[in-house]
Design a protein around this ligand. Structure first.
Ligand code: G6Q
Length: 545
């Protein structure tokens, strides 16, 4: 039996970690720092311009050694090689998992089903480039000969969260003469508000859908088509100038009326939540231009190479992933807070929610057996310093253990007075307060009356990582996203799950299709759901009358 196929809980490192946890769970971070005056330098690592301080975690050298041993026993090295080689590691869908090919430089070879996919990636990039140049320069004209000033991306899930996050994150680098909007929700309000102040003559829609069959996206795309046609005199030929598609499904794109010459392709080996650097990033390239888009791809690639080639003890995604396992499976932590101290990253936690939770929210192993341990934690967060004035209370003084990732940049993109120093002071202060807290003695020494002391005590011992980079650039964004992508992969390998399928979204979709028919069909259609669902549908049907 290969090492990696042994059940996780029977691995020597797993068992040793369980015993080790019992030994160190009561050792406070204060003690760990007191024991080693160099701890703050010791537990750090830096690569490709990303600095990770993981010293404020509840770990010792022994913890790290055992976690690294767990990675080895789990066959992480060979699984990384398998992914980069194009093996079909998404076993339930029998697909290769090759987002790393999307940022592979020209000349690299990555073979899927006997074919090198890198040239195809670059062909699409070239096609995107020439299209973006035409739109950004004003050469591409709308149906009435006006230039395109507004771009609306229509997509959902992986075909939305990446584009919207990348646009918000890289707004500083975007063409401010153009307006970008993102429509995802089937709630009509999303579309209505996105176009309320736009002129159809100057508006280009990108219909982003891998399958081109997703209910929300196709509903929004048809509404957009009606809106556009209504504003352009109803002339069908205008669609060619105002709609382009990003998809793997040429037949459906054609059926919709989009010229396949204006379709940007990607492949079934790109998962939706791993697709922001494929053609799904068309709106990103339109916003920030080719040079910046290429810099972002280069950032992704640098982190890919770091992940692929660096020994695990210095490997950023591996360390982040292992720390997440440590808290999730041994401390029983249920969530991870991601706290970017950078306003432009305000959509980053939402993006990470899909990346992490759709990937690792699984309850069976690759072999279909129920897992006997916890898998994917809940990821959540908000940008600092705003979160400090709301939910940080619970992180500091609540009853739950919430490991935190603090993300910050040394240089501001908008340097204004003392703002940036204050921002960074808050990052350092929060991680310090979480780790060390404030003892009853310290609180008393401040003259606090006895009855108030317990309320003002901070127990500390709250773990955090601090991730620092020089400045938020397209290249840095690529590195950050790849850091989390590969951390998710690391965790999935250890849990022995398929991080690349998403069967959990299916059931609701199928039931919704059935209920749409019942809501819109004859009022006397007999309902065969449970009594609650029947009652809700009936109530809505009556209200509609
Ligand atoms: C992501 C998922 C999912 C997907 C959406 C949109 O990994 O597969 O979020 O991206 O359901 O799918 P389409 O791009 O096919 O419309």
């Amino acid at each position: 039996m290969a090492k990696s196929s042994k059940s996780l809980t029977r691995r020597p490192a797993w068992k040793a970690l369980g015993a080790h946890y019992k030994q160190i769970r009561d050792t406070h971070l204060r003690q760990l720092f007191a024991d080693d005056p160099h701890r703050g330098e010791h537990f750090t690592t830096e690569a490709v311009g990303i600095f990770l301080d993981y010293s404020k975690n509840r770990i010792t050298d022994e913890t790290v050694k055992l976690l690294l041993q767990l990675a080895e026993e789990s066959g992480l090295r060979s699984r990384i090689d398998a992914m980069f080689k194009g093996d079909k590691i998404n076993v339930t869908e029998k697909r290769a998992v090759l987002h790393v090919a999307l940022r592979a430089p020209k000349g690299e070879f990555i073979v899927v089903d006997g074919e090198d996919v890198v040239p195809a990636v670059h062909n699409v990039l070239d096609k995107m480039t020439s299209f973006c140049n035409r739109v950004r320069s004003g050469e591409w004209k709308g149906h009435t000969d006006r230039r395109i000033r507004n771009v609306v991306n229509i997509g959902i899930g992986g075909s939305d969260l990446g584009p919207v996050m990348a646009y918000e994150t890289l707004k500083h680098y975007s063409d401010r003469a153009m307006t970008f909007r993102f429509v995802s929700n089937v709630d009509g309000t999303d579309f209505a508000e996105a176009v309320v102040d736009l002129d159809p003559a100057e508006t280009l829609f990108i219909v982003s859908s891998k399958t081109f069959t997703t209910l929300e996206t196709m509903t929004n795309a048809h509404t957009a088509r009606d809106w556009s046609l209504a504003g352009l005199g109803g002339e069908e030929m205008s669609v060619a100038k105002h709609f382009v598609a990003v998809s793997t499904n040429a037949a459906e794109v054609k059926k919709f009326g989009i010229d396949t010459a204006n379709m940007f392709e990607f492949w079934d080996w790109v998962g939706g939540r791993y697709s922001m650097d494929s053609a799904i990033g068309l709106s990103t390239m339109l916003a920030i231009g080719l040079e910046n888009f290429r810099a972002m791809l280069d950032g992704f690639h640098q982190m890919d190479e770091h992940f692929r080639t660096t020994p695990f003890e210095k490997n950023l995604p591996v360390l982040l992933g292992l720390l997440s396992i440590w808290y999730n499976d041994f401390f029983g932590a249920q969530t991870v807070a991601v706290l970017p101290y950078e306003q432009y990253l305000k959509r980053f936690p939402a993006y990470l929610q899909q990346l992490t939770m759709e990937s690792n929210g699984k309850h069976v192993t690759l072999k279909g057996k129920d897992v006997t341990y916890n898998t994917g934690p809940i990821y959540w967060g908000e940008p600092g310093t705003n979160g400090q004035h709301s939910f940080y209370q619970l992180i500091h003084q609540g009853t739950r253990l919430i490991p935190c990732d603090f993300i910050a940049f040394e240089k501001a993109l908008n340097p204004l007075g003392r703002h940036h120093d204050m921002l960074l002071a808050n990052v350092f202060a929060q991680t310090e307060a979480l780790a060390f807290g404030k003892t009853a003695e310290q609180v008393k020494a401040e003259g606090t009356p006895d009855w108030l002391v317990p309320h003002r005590v901070f127990k500390g011992d709250r773990p955090s990582n601090t991730i620092l980079a020089e400045q938020l650039t397209p290249e840095t964004l690529g590195k950050l996203v790849a850091l989390y992508e590969h951390s998710v992969f690391t965790q999935g390998v250890i849990w022995q799950i398929d991080s690349f399928d998403q069967w959990g979204v299916e059931l609701g979709k199928v039931l919704a299709q059935r209920i749409i028919g019942e809501i819109e069909g004859p009022a006397d259609t007999v309902l065969n759901h449970d009594s609650s669902t029947n009652n809700l549908i009936n109530r809505y049907r009556k209200l509609k009358e």
